[in-house]
Design a protein around this ligand. Structure first.
Ligand SMILES: *[C@@H]1O[C@H](CO)[C@@H](O)[C@H](O)[C@H]1NC(C)=O
Ligand SMILES: *[C@@H]1O[C@H](CO)[C@@H](O)[C@H](O)[C@H]1NC(C)=O
Ligand SMILES: *[C@@H]1O[C@H](CO)[C@@H](O)[C@H](O)[C@H]1NC(C)=O
Ligand SMILES: [Cu+2]
Length: 194
């Protein structure tokens, strides 16, 4: 019991140093901020504004395309009006390797809706944007969210990145909470199947 409590305290202290980085998706075709420095353990918390944005992990070598293995995808998050979605998508930063990301909606990536965490020497966000502008827009991404947690903004689920309620994603153990985002993703599935 005692050693468990000590371990829990140490874990809590370690987690306290990790920070949550808020990234706004939209309403313009952009992520704000889009050039981010983060440390292992930090959380990327994506908020969604009007239109119907998403965020997926991309590859520097092929702009507007998802990474071929693992990665993350929020699903589409449609938002009406000027308020933000109640759902936020949280992705854990596991190391300091670069994380390129983009919106998979229509021509948004081509239009510059891209970003990077820990851009490496010699590979800049501007280079990725230029490459994105030269594409024909993204190929369809996966429809269901994975690689992060979708939860209500401000809930413990959003910051802790877990929810026993959510269904496990078979691909990588990502957890999804019941949310507008999942409904949106399911709506997207119906559309894609037609
Ligand atoms: C970090 O690891 C978690 C758990 O395996 C995973 O869900 C998440 O997508 C990873 N983050 C990135 C940026 O790959
Ligand atoms: C948060 O997680 C708890 C269980 O861990 C679950 O009961 C609750 O529904 C979740 N809330 C949201 C908004 O996902
Ligand atoms: C959001 O975008 C996706 C992908 O283009 C689409 O399948 C879905 O129907 C859209 N949702 C709304 C509510 O417009
Ligand atoms: Cu978008």
């Amino acid at each position: 019991m005692k050693s468990f409590q000590i371990l829990a305290t140490v874990a809590a202290a370690a987690m306290a140093s990790a920070k949550t980085i808020r990234i706004d998706s939209g309403p313009m075709l952009e992520f704000k901020p889009d050039n981010i420095m983060a440390e292992a353990g930090d959380m990327l918390e994506f908020h969604f504004y009007a239109r119907n944005h998403s965020v997926a992990q991309g590859d520097f070598a092929s702009a507007c395309q998802p990474v071929k293995t693992a990665g993350f995808f929020s699903g589409y998050v449609p938002v009406m009006g000027t308020s933000e979605s109640e759902s936020v998508f949280t992705v854990k930063v596991n190391d300091t390797k670069p994380i390129w990301f983009y919106c998979t909606q229509g021509q948004h990536c081509k239009g510059g809706m891209v970003g990077v965490v820990n851009a490496p020497q010699g590979k800049t966000l501007d280079m990725y944007k230029t490459a994105a502008a030269a594409t024909n827009g993204p190929a369809g991404a996966a429809v269901m969210a994975f690689g992060g947690t979708m939860a209500m903004a401000g809930s413990a689920n959003a910051t802790e990145g877990s929810g026993s309620d959510g269904k496990m994603n078979s691909a990588d153990g990502g957890v999804r909470a019941t949310s507008a985002g999942v409904l949106a993703a399911m709506a997207g599935l119906v559309v894609l199947m037609m």
